[in-house]
Design a protein around this ligand. Structure first.
Ligand code: ADP
Ligand code: TYD
Length: 202
């Protein structure tokens, strides 16, 4: 079973991804956690390039680099894990590219992007996606003083377009995407996610 977590930077999705992984491991399941971009040697190198505040990267190159990192992650880690029956939990996956590059950078129409995602992921898409939704102010406060990477240096409009895109994806794909109120306490969100995940696993 393949789960992904999505949300704007500072939404709390990494916290939830980790907690779900821990809870499922405690139940004896084989769980593989991955983060995007990254998770392979090539992916971590691409991550360093993409997040470097000094880097000059145009939007098209950015989309293709995120897609390249994803293709490597899927072939080297995600597909082998799923093939042996493990649960894979991804901290960000293809919806991040739809929201950040598609809407945030204003690149490509949804049909074109969907085809790119299928290509880059070898048609391996999450069965269930948890979208942790918070307002921009809450996310910014949670990011706090943490040093901004290249992606986080954009203004409010950019993050607003990304959040709107996530809300649209959630509305269009209700069978896959579960939206969570990210302003709720960590434990409360976790309980909702765990109940939902266990239901999907059985
Ligand atoms: P993201 O992966 O979305 O950037 P993180 O999971 O790293 O977000 O969380 C960002 C910060 O917010 C961390 O300091 C984390 O402890 C805190 N945090 C996460 N979830 C919540 C929550 N539900 N309520 C309050 N603080 C939270
Ligand atoms: P990261 O430090 O992992 O952010 P977070 O803690 O919020 O998950 O940085 C990943 C950044 O890359 C984040 O700003 C979102 C962005 N991103 C894209 O723009 N497109 C993508 O396809 C992916 C996977 C991430």
């Amino acid at each position: 079973m393949f789960f992904s977590f999505e949300g704007i930077d500072g939404s709390g999705k990494s916290t939830q991804a980790r907690l779900l992984a821990d809870a499922l491991r405690q139940r004896g399941l084989d769980v593989v956690e991955v983060r995007e971009p990254g998770g392979t040697e090539l992916g971590e190198r691409i991550r360093a390039l993409l997040l470097n505040p000094e880097a000059d990267i145009n939007g098209r190159a950015e989309l293709l680099l995120f897609s390249a990192a994803r293709a490597q992650l899927v072939s080297a880690v995600v597909r082998p894990a799923l093939a042996r029956g493990a649960v894979v939990i991804a901290d960000r996956f293809h919806d991040s590219a739809t929201a950040y590059q598609g809407a945030g950078r204003g690149l490509a129409n949804p049909d074109w992007l969907a085809a790119l995602h299928r290509f880059a992921t070898f048609d391996t898409l999450p069965a269930r996606t948890y979208f942790v939704d918070v307002d921009l102010e809450t996310a910014e406060a949670r990011r706090g003083d943490r040093a901004s990477d290249r992606m986080e240096r954009e203004g409010q409009d950019y993050f607003e377009r990304i959040r709107t895109a996530y809300l649209r994806i959630a509305a269009e794909e209700q069978a896959r995407v579960c939206t969570l109120d990210g302003r709720a306490p960590v434990d409360e969100i976790q309980a909702t996610v765990l109940t939902d995940a266990v239901r999907h696993l059985s």
